[in-house]
Write a protein that binds this ligand. Sequence first.
Ligand SMILES: NC(=O)C1=CN([C@@H]2O[C@H](COP(=O)(O)OP(=O)(O)OC[C@H]3O[C@@H](n4cnc5c(N)ncnc54)[C@H](O)[C@@H]3O)[C@@H](O)[C@H]2O)C=CC1
Ligand SMILES: O=C(O)C(=O)CO
Length: 317
Amino acid sequence: MLKIVFLDRDTIGPSVTITRPGFAHEWIEYGKTPEDDVAARIADADIVITNKAPVRGASIAQASRLKMIAVAATGYDVIDLAAAKERDIVVSNVRGYAVNTVPEHTFALIFALRRSIIGFRQDVIDGEWQRANQFCFFNHPIKDLAGSTLGIFGGGTLGKSVARIGEALGMTPLFAARKGSTEVAPGYTAFNEVLERADIITFHMPLTPETRDMIGIEEFWQMKRKPLVINTARGGLVNEADLVTALNEGLIGGAGFDVLTKEPPAPDNPLLAVLDRPNVIVTPHVAWASDEAMQSLWAQVIDHVENFEKGAPSNVL
Ligand SMILES: NC(=O)C1=CN([C@@H]2O[C@H](COP(=O)(O)OP(=O)(O)OC[C@H]3O[C@@H](n4cnc5c(N)ncnc54)[C@H](O)[C@@H]3O)[C@@H](O)[C@H]2O)C=CC1
Ligand SMILES: O=C(O)C(=O)CO
């Protein structure tokens, strides 16, 4: 009987019904699994399910029965793919489930920052409006999205969905070509040109060795229009210390981040020092977490596990 170990049930919201595969199996479920405990917990597993608990090479090496890793997410940066491939371990991820939730969260951050919602809300709480003695109170910038340029880095499922919403709002989406690439595919714009022209920059690509620290101080200086910088993809794409420098030096108009290099953030994360600014919003990695999306994610996880058991693995990385 196949033994299935689910490492981090608690990262999937409590509203989600955790269904199980239809074939006979042994099921072991943990609420969360610290990185140091992964190896011991998967040591005799045939199938591992993980959302964010990292399955690195050292753990894979000790898991002699491991045949499949089902990633309960689109991003698979927590898995050592090379080590899994070497052992012919199937790794499947979930695709397309976040096509509404992540773009909607992205635009929630964009709207809030572009219209200074956080600052205005605080002003009313602090009594500023009441003291101003006029029917409205201007204290923060407000800009329309219509007519603005939306720079999108990552032209897959989520990048395309963000572009569609942007177009519906009267924005001009520009898809950025890969950093350092001399060729610009049709439908894409050179990386540096997007940095220069965008009023809003948003990331929708995986974290890989190639994309880590893709945006640092050099790139912030190229952002001529002082854009809002939104990251609902992965922490690590943007260098966080440089982001804070860019905010301090006024190189960008604001930052909306759903993802950080370490989650939850370490006490020395530089972004923690600027959280109270009206042009900074950090949400706790919840862009994916609409009820609808999480339930659909779980249905895909079970499909991939069942397909693997039938000998027809799906969404293989
Ligand atoms: N915050 C959240 O809750 C969530 C975050 N995500 C993140 O969003 C990312 C994108 O998701 P999808 O659009 O569904 O994935 P996708 O696989 O459909 O699209 C990713 C795109 O990034 C491009 N890409 C890969 N490496 C690149 C590079 N070096 N430079 C430029 N482009 C590159 C690919 O060609 C592809 O077009 C995921 O990898 C995941 O990390 C996904 C779901 C939820
Ligand atoms: O699907 C993803 O990549 C997520 O980050 C959700 O956990």
